[in-house]
Design a protein around this ligand. Structure first.
Ligand SMILES: C[S@@+](CC[C@H](N)C(=O)[O-])C[C@H]1O[C@@H](n2cnc3c(N)ncnc32)[C@H](O)[C@@H]1O
Length: 122
């Protein structure tokens, strides 16, 4: 709730300053390498029934194109079961020579949702 209040309070000024930009994966309106970190929170993997493997790989590749590192959290789909797309995204990134690691995090919103997928360049 504290994070939500902070975001809402900052939103008008952040929008005016161009710090909040509306976009829709699998396309992002940013230049290559524009950011150090791109984070997907409760979007990729969560909607694994609605969004297929191809969408997940294209979205992760798009994020990786605009940032040095990508983190996708959590690895669960709606209902709390593991996403069937995690292995495919990991495989796709390892095949193109990137580091793709599953790492524990201290934050857990969904029960058992305490891992993040971290994608980095070698
Ligand atoms: C469950 S909410 C998570 C919101 C927030 N990231 C969080 O962790 O609390 C899922 C979010 O995915 C966004 N979303 C839906 N389709 C999207 C797309 N194609 N690309 C990027 N975000 C999308 C929705 O607007 C919504 O804000």
């Amino acid at each position: 709730m504290a994070a939500l209040r902070r975001f809402i309070a900052d939103y008008p000024r952040g929008t005016a300053e161009g710090r909040y930009v509306e976009a829709s994966l699998p396309e992002l309106p940013f230049e290559s390498g524009a950011f150090d970190l791109a984070l997907s929170s409760h979007f990729l993997f969560l909607y694994s029934e609605q969004l297929d493997m191809d969408f997940h790989i294209r979205a992760a590749e798009e994020m990786f194109g605009v940032a040095s590192e990508v983190r996708i959290f959590p690895l669960l789909q709606i209902g709390g079961t593991p996403s069937p797309h995690v292995a495919g995204v990991v495989e796709a990134f390892r095949a193109r020579g990137a580091f793709a690691t599953l790492e524990p995090v201290a934050y857990e919103f969904q029960r058992g949702g305490n891992q993040t997928l971290r994608l980095r360049r070698k």
